[in-house]
Design a protein around this ligand. Sequence first.
Ligand code: NDP
Ligand code: OXD
Length: 312
Amino acid sequence: MLLLHLSDVDEAAWAKAFAEKLAPYKVVRRGDDFDPAEIHYIFVWKPQPDAFDGLVNLKAVLSLGAGVDALMKHPGLPDVPVVRFVDQDLSQQMSDYVVAHVTMHHRQFTRFNADQKARLWDQYYPPVAQQTCVGIMGMGVLGQDAVERLLPLGFTLRSWSRTPKQIEGVTGFAGDEQFDAFLSGTDILVNLLPLTPETAGILNYQTFSKLRRDRLPGGPAIVNAARGGHQKEADIVRALGDGTLGAASLDVFEIEPLPETSPLWGIENCYITPHIAGISNEATGVNYFSRILLDHEAGKDLVNVVDRQRGY
Ligand code: NDP
Ligand code: OXD
């Protein structure tokens, strides 16, 4: 039996789609009448504290999110494999966001927007894409998809990951020892890391001050599409104010929804979106997890299993 436990998304719609796809395999929701010992799979997003209570025969946890940081911190998470969402549609959405914000900062949107407001005709010509280096933190599913879409636009690309990567057209850096070298040649820093104890707070003032300063005239920019826990918002406010950063695009926040009192709302060179860079698609999600569940029931290995030790 598959149990759905989803918060902040349309659980009923997902349950209906799963029931249709998996029939005669049984699908239930929290309010339904069922024996918890009969649940073999649970499909979760933002689980409540009691989410896993009584699920003594669970075979796997299926995560609606690509990011599993919140799940990893759940005190009741059972010792069974956690399968995360990996999906072309989600990758495309995330890359759409990255490409939009990278190109916006490369073409000095902040400067021309300010000029427009001041009715100022100032013919500044931005450098061509080749002269602008986009540094991507995280070279997993999403980082590699972003590379595929940014390369044809002509940007110079570099990446930073935990283990070394060799990707055509991308200068790779890996590990803490190469972090500063990675930053020193980066004009637009894109964050696509998972949130783990090692990556928490990585977008801080010290990081910003190590970015390349002599290429983008407005100053280096950051784009955070991963998790709010990666950023120190007080440091972003300071860096945008004193010119250490020229601009910031933020889709995620330390506290979501971003409180009305946050100073970020009022900063002109800070571009805020409400965690909408990507959303798991119901149709592709149901296909993906149904295939995984049925294959597993047929004796095949699970795929895209989270490494509990690494936390992603
Ligand atoms: P992957 O697990 O496929 O890739 C993670 C990458 O980060 C890997 O390259 C990994 O290195 C690298 N990494 C992990 N830890 C470190 C570290 N300590 N130092 C350097 N590099 C590190 O994840 P995805 O690409 O699928 O997703 C990334 C994140 O994006 C998710 O965890 C989620 O939080 C976020 N996300 C946000 C969404 C939104 O709407 N805002 C939507 C979807 C995802 P290595 O390759 O060496 O293992
Ligand atoms: C995810 C998200 O992790 O939407 O998939 O944030």
